[in-house]
Ligand binder design. Structure first.
Ligand code: SF4
Ligand code: SF4
Length: 599
């Protein structure tokens, strides 16, 4: 054993590899994105024969990893909670079909939510799919449970979910890790086509056979529930049932406030499936309360108090402060000890970000009256300078472009509609709605902001990356080739730093849309300045603000919002913060009085 200071995601990666997993796919999404890079480091470090890389979206990632498990390789797929929605089809179906080698579905939830559209609970989805779920309470358990999940999956031939949350995945702790050599065994995978056992009644089941598979799934779930044992701590008359990070908070608060003789705390490593018979001991307690994130999974299965009677808030992260509030409502504490955390500063696009430049140009040509349908990516932050009106989920910008344009057409009105999507989101789920828009001849402008990386989640590779993490060559996929192949007739590629060309191209697109009933596409391509190469390649155009020319209109602050331009409230003038400015020089185009100039 060796000790390492790991994040929860690094711990999960080590747990998977130590559990014998050798095939891992996923789609990046905070707070899950660090698992695959950590697995890739292990593959490199130990020269493992394994596959670990990103897929085009979560559904594809799920199907590839699940397919590998049917080919007898222990496998795993990683995603964030909203990614699980995208993978829901194979997720539900794979529960029926079951597994050959072990298969773990890692879904990382974001209660709060800190960086997501929803704070949905993946455990609830697991319950809907009849897939058992493990819910680690600490970083150490994240390591341990990744291995337990693979064991459980192998034992019952069923996909098993490992559900983590932001606090576990991004938390850090010292973890005891097994020495690698002792567990470097790999499940044999197919060596010849003879190894494939044609189990048509499972792998290609007819609806009638699916009924039988459902019966078998129910049997597996009942067996897992029957062996799912709770862990009890302390000795009070109130029973609190919990799992995940919340368990750890309550445990600490019980010790801190000396409530060991008031509360019995019940930890559920596997919050689904639970058997009511196994838990009939709970009847002896005065009160039975489930405190869990974020939906009532334990509460519904064991019919306890919790969210449904308002004791536990129905939304929001269950922080230590919220746990204190619950203990206060139970009359167990009076003066709370935890500190309130002050709200964080509003996030904005990085200084010099090319997305900002592109959207500034778009607003110059299309103005405030256009409808801007945004999407999931850094560019969602264009909300701050009013270049985004809607954000729903991955790819919805293109569907909304279709919807808004068609809705106005039905009212006999021509409306400028701009859909804004990133390169990775376009590949993920922007292509199908664009096909529909071409087919139904719907006019709107689609902007693909191509920074050739998945920037928001930590600069993961995209389909334009020419090599994998081991340096092996990959075939790059061209956005414009895809767009052309769908039948789009107006397709232009522009560098957003080239202000004049951007304006001209946008004007051209506007004219095209006036005359034609079909979508137009502009790819704004500029390598993300948050990558080493992107920063190196960026122009070096240092700027200053001529004080006498600055009228204090704040256009550069409100309509452009580069964090490196700050406003001096006393002087009533703008200033360049040299510590943040990357000298991209684009803001020279922004100031109406030409106060921003070259140094
Ligand atoms: S630098 Fe230009 S845009 Fe910014 S406040 Fe001064 S005058 Fe306005
Ligand atoms: S040059 Fe202007 S736009 Fe670019 S980073 Fe500096 S202040 Fe921001």
């Amino acid at each position: 054993m060796s000790k390492f200071y790991f994040s929860g995601n690094e711990a999960i990666a080590h747990g998977l590899i130590h559990g014998g997993v050798r095939f891992i796919t996923g789609y990046p999404g905070t707070p899950s994105s660090e698992i695959i890079p950590a697995v890739q480091s292990l593959i490199k470090q130990f020269s493992l024969k394994a596959f670990a890389d990103w897929s085009i979206n979560e559904k594809v990632a799920y199907e590839i990893a699940y397919g590998a498990c049917l080919a007898n390789i222990k496998s795993a797929v990683t995603m964030k909670q909203v990614g699980l929605n995208v993978a829901m089809d194979p997720f539900m179906n794979s529960a029926y079909v079951g597994t050959v080698a072990g298969f773990v579905v890692i879904s990382v939830d974001d209660p709060g939510p800190h960086s997501s559209q929803t704070e949905q609970d993946s455990r609830f989805m697991a319950m809907a799919a009849k897939i058992p779920v493990l819910d680690p309470s600490t970083v150490e358990e994240a390591y341990e449970f990744a291995q337990k999940a693979i064991e459980l999956s192998e034992k019952f031939s069923i996909p098993v979910m490992l559900r983590s949350t932001t606090r576990i995945s991004h938390g850090r702790a010292i973890v005891d890790i097994k020495d690698f050599e002792s567990s470097n065994t790999i499940q044999p995978h197919f060596k010849s086509s003879k190894d494939w056992s044609k189990q048509l009644s499972r792998f290609a089941a007819t609806p009638k056979q699916r009924l039988e598979l459902h019966r078998l799934l129910n049997e597996k779930i009942e067996k897992i529930a029957a062996q799912n044992k709770p862990k009890l701590f302390f000795n009070g008359e109130i029973l609190v049932l919990s799992s995940g990070a919340v368990f750890a908070y309550i445990y600490e608060l019980i010790e801190e406030y000396g409530l060991q003789d008031k509360i019995t705390l019940c930890k559920l490593d596997i919050p689904y499936p639970l058997s009511k018979e196994k838990f009939n001991f709970i009847e002896k307690f005065n009160r039975i309360i489930s405190v869990e994130e974020t939906y009532p999974v334990i509460e519904l299965q064991l019919d306890t108090e919790g969210r449904r009677n308002g004791l536990v808030p129905k939304q929001g992260e269950i922080t230590p402060e919220v746990c204190e509030e619950i203990l206060e409502k139970l009359g167990l504490i009076k003066n709370r000890k935890t500190l309130q955390i002050p709200p964080l500063k509003r996030p904005s696009l990085c200084p010099g970000c090319a997305h900002r430049a592109a959207l500034f140009s778009v607003k110059k040509i299309f103005g405030k009256k256009a409808i801007y349908a945004g999407d999931i990516g850094c560019y969602t932050l264009a909300l701050n300078f009013e270049a985004t009106d809607t954000v729903l989920n991955m790819g919805a910008s293109v569907s909304f472009g279709f919807a808004f344009s068609k809705a106005f057409e039905l009212g006999n009105k021509k409306q400028d509609v701009i859909s804004i999507i990133g390169d990775s989101t376009f590949f993920h789920s922007g292509i199908p709605p664009l096909i529909d828009a071409v087919h139904y001849r719907v006019p709107f402008l689609l902007l693909i902001l191509d920074n050739q990386t998945v920037a928001m989640t930590g600069n993961q590779k995209t389909l334009s990356t020419p090599h994998d993490f081991l340096g092996q060559p990959l075939k790059t996929v061209s956005i414009e080739d895809i767009v052309k192949s769908l039948g789009v007739n107006f397709i232009k590629v522009v560098d957003p730093y080239d202000f004049q060309n951007s304006l001209n191209t946008l004007k051209e697109a506007k004219e095209f849309l006036k005359k034609n009933n079909e979508p137009a596409v502009i790819v704004f391509r500029h390598l993300c300045i948050n990558t080493k190469q992107g920063l190196q390649n960026n122009p070096k155009i240092p700027v200053k603000i001529e004080k006498e020319l600055c009228k204090g209109c704040m256009i550069c602050i409100k309509e452009f919002e580069c964090p490196a331009i700050v406003f001096d409230d006393e002087e009533k003038k703008a200033n360049i913060d040299k510590t943040l400015c990357i000298s991209c020089g684009f803001c020279i185009n922004v100031c109406p009085t030409k106060a921003i100039t070259l140094i």
